[in-house]
Design a binder for this molecule. Structure first.
Ligand code: 2F8
Ligand code: CA
Length: 371
């Protein structure tokens, strides 16, 4: 039972008690209800005490007994007077109590009416409360159903919430990772921007350079065309010169013209002849040149000597001998003779050189570089 119902039942019980007590009051204390128990002095006098004429008729015969009777009568009168006074007193007192009781009764009646009204009101209120209670009960059931539904919903929502929290945490992690990535990308982006600016500068420089190169290229093209023309002219000149040289006994090989004498002279005279021809004795400084010269199958002086310091062979342009093609056991300053100049004595051999006394008359080979 809820609190309101407890109050309602309490009020009802109080009212019931009050009614019962009121009823008791009615029975026990109401002055009119006990009217039969109260005896007036008049009724008492007529009911139990003897009358005065009766006393006078019975004692007239005897004087002593008359006196005694008078005394008794006097005493009786006194007693009656006292009784009368007592009755008057009691009557007044009873009247006063009755009035008080009447007042109390009136008050209690009023109070009862008020209580009755209150009771009715409370009853009505109780009925209303009962109705409200039923409604509330219904409402409570509905609320319970709603509560259960909401509880289920709440659990679902809690699950969803937990899932969302997890998802949010994952998203937060993803977000943090993205933030990191974004920072890295930002850094990369800044670097790229820097690089782009540098590249743009480089590009502009390159464009400038390209323009300069284009200009240079065009100039070079022009120069090339001029040079080509000059080259063609020179080729023509060279061919003319080659023809002229060949007509004069010169042969061309790998950038050099060679002249082989038909006369024989000392090494020094041979050299001087070469000088006069605008050349010098041939310097053999490659295997291919050695092979080319060997193809003539002739014995002649070439431009190598150790006349400066014995044993230190030098070419006529002053360069030292590095790669050499001496014949076996050469140079030997044969039998103690002074052999300071080189010739192609053993031209049939791959290594064909021999040291020979310089004064001896031999053919010679001059070389003139074409470039
Ligand atoms: O004329 C000198 C010359 O004589 C010989 O060659 C033919 C020597 N060669 C040999 O003895 C193998 C040369 O060394 C020498 O210079
Ligand atoms: Ca020799």
């Amino acid at each position: 039972m809820d609190h309101r119902m407890e109050i309602l039942v309490g009020v009802e019980e109080t009212w019931r008690d009050h009614n019962s007590s009121t009823k008791e009051l009615r029975k026990s204390e109401h002055p009119y209800m006990n009217e039969d128990k109260i005896q007036t002095p008049e009724a008492k006098r007529t009911g139990s005490a003897p009358s005065v004429p009766d006393l006078m008729q019975t004692g007239a015969g005897e004087k002593s007994s008359g006196r005694a009777a008078a005394v008794c009568l006097g005493l009786l009168c006194i007693l009656l007077l006292i009784g009368l006074i007592t009755l008057v007193f009691l009557y007044i007192k009873g009247n006063s109590e009755r009035d008080q009781l009447q007042t109390s009764y009136n008050n209690l009646t009023k109070e009862r009416d008020q209580l009755q009204t209150s009771y009715n009101n409370l009853n009505e209120e109780r009925n209303q409360l009962q109705t409200s209670y039923i409604d509330l009960n219904k409402e409570r059931d509905q609320l319970q159903t709603s509560y259960n539904y909401l509880n289920t919903k709440h659990e679902q929502l809690q699950t969803s919430y937990n899932d969302l929290i997890q998802e949010r945490d994952q998203l937060q992690t993803s977000y943090n990772n993205l933030i990191q990535e974004q920072d890295q990308l930002q850094a990369s982006y800044n670097n790229l921007i820097q690089e782009r600016d540098q590249l743009r500068t480089s590009y502009n420089n390159l464009i400038q350079e390209r323009d300069q190169l284009r200009t240079s290229y065009n100039n070079l093209i022009q120069e090339r065309d001029l040079l080509r023309k000059r080259f063609d002219d020179l080729v023509r000149e060279k061919n003319d010169l080659q023809r002229t040289f060949q007509e004069l006994g010169w042969v061309y090989f790998s950038g050099s013209f060679y002249y082989i004498s038909s006369l024989e002279k000392s090494w020094q005279q041979s050299r001087e002849d070469c000088w006069r021809r605008g050349a010098d004795l041939a310097i053999i400084n490659s295997k291919s040149e050695q092979e080319y010269i060997r193809r003539f199958q002739r014995r002649f002086w070439f431009g190598l000597t150790d006349s400066g310091i014995e044993g230190i062979w030098k070419w006529v342009d002053g360069t030292p001998l590095t790669a050499s093609y001496w014949a076996p056991n050469e140079p030997n300053s044969y039998r103690g003779t002074d052999e300071d100049c080189a010739e192609t004595l053993f031209y049939t051999w791959e290594n064909s050189w021999n040291d020979e006394p310089c004064h001896r008359a031999r053919s010679w080979i001059c070389e003139k570089r074409s470039a």
